[in-house]
Design a protein. Sequence first.
Length: 134
Amino acid sequence: LFLIRQVGDTYYAEDQGLAHFCSQILSMNPRSRWLGLLHNEIHCQITLMEAGLRLAEYRTRGGAEVPFVIHIPGNTMIAMTLDAKERVSEKNLKSLGSVAKRQPGTVRLIAFHLGENAYLSSRQILCLPITWIA
């Protein structure tokens, strides 16, 4: 089975062999590879839960980018980003803050990183190691 799923302006291949192969050719950027893995994990969970959840992304003309926004029925969402570094960058934290300011309802913010420890950022955003879910 081969599927291409679109989330906002980003496309994800769901054939794992092809996705892995393409990630090596198209980008040696570690963040891109981690984003692909995170997309697969999130998409599988959403599909299995069958709870009316919708996966999207958030981008602004000003440069804010949040690759994963899960819309939950009842005006709630979870916004997630990823940094391929030991700690989450200020830019990614600001992007998450932008989602919270511009979206109505309850917004939960999570940032993933390649470090080993979870922490709460200065902006009160939960920062988790990517290895906790992938």
